[in-house]
Design a protein around this ligand. Structure first.
Ligand code: ACO
Length: 189
């Protein structure tokens, strides 16, 4: 399939291949992985220039997420060394050069179940002015698609009670309980 040639998948969503190798995505998967693309609204891997397109501000709509451009570049380059572990997808409104959505698939390598891969869905957020347009749903579909390509046997996530219905609409079911322990900050090694 040529770059940007579209093909339909379930629910009539349109996805396009993306062979831009500047993004946070393994080169080996670049030419075969397809992304939702609807006019100016484009899904793609996170790129190093996305800090300037409002990536930090978008994450601040999810939680405390203020970081400088140099912190962003340092973390981006760390992730780039572990391309099999991190699949950070963003949605850009090309008409505004603005990042309006993001979501991450983190792939955990396990010993159990025949050294299986477990996918963790993390840091899903859609800009408040773009909510209710199925972009969150499409982001989860995109991550499910990548998780399937990578070979994850399941996808799991933690969320607030008020987002349970959203994830149920995305096909997830409630299981067990979420627990957390926050550790005291330590000086950097
Ligand atoms: C693992 C994690 O990262 S959990 C963190 C989740 N992120 C946040 O809480 C950040 C703030 N919230 C957001 O960014 C967004 O509201 C999201 C990501 C939760 C949803 O994104 P949206 O683009 O608005 O959702 P989308 O339009 O795709 O909704 C799909 C369906 O779910 C429904 N839905 C969306 N959010 C909710 C909700 N909180 N409660 C109930 N239903 C919901 C929609 O009504 C829609 O239903 P429909 O198909 O019957 O019309």
């Amino acid at each position: 399939m040529e770059s940007n040639e579209c093909s339909s998948i379930s629910n009539n969503n349109i996805i396009c291949s993306n062979n831009n190798n500047n993004g946070l995505f393994p080169l080996s998967m670049m030419n075969t992985t397809r992304y939702y693309n609807d006019g100016d609204i484009q899904f793609r891997p996170l790129e190093i220039d996305d800090y300037d397109k409002g990536y930090s501000a978008l994450l601040c709509q999810l939680t405390e997420a203020k970081f400088t451009k140099s912190q962003y570049i340092e973390r981006y380059n760390q992730m780039k060394k572990e391309l099999d572990n991190y699949y950070v997808v963003v949605v850009e409104d090309k008409s505004k050069s603005k990042i309006i959505g993001t979501g991450t698939l983190m792939v955990e390598k396990k010993f159990i179940r025949g050294c299986a891969l477990c996918g963790h869905i993390e840091d899903i957020v859609v800009d408040s002015t773009y909510r209710g347009k199925n972009l969150g749903l499409k982001m989860i579909e995109q991550l499910k698609y990548i998780g399937t390509l990578v070979g994850c046997y399941k996808l799991i996530l933690d969320c607030d009670e008020n987002n349970v219905k959203f994830y149920e609409k995305c096909g997830f079911v409630k299981k067990q309980a979420m627990m957390a322990l926050y550790l005291p900050p330590q000086p950097k090694l």
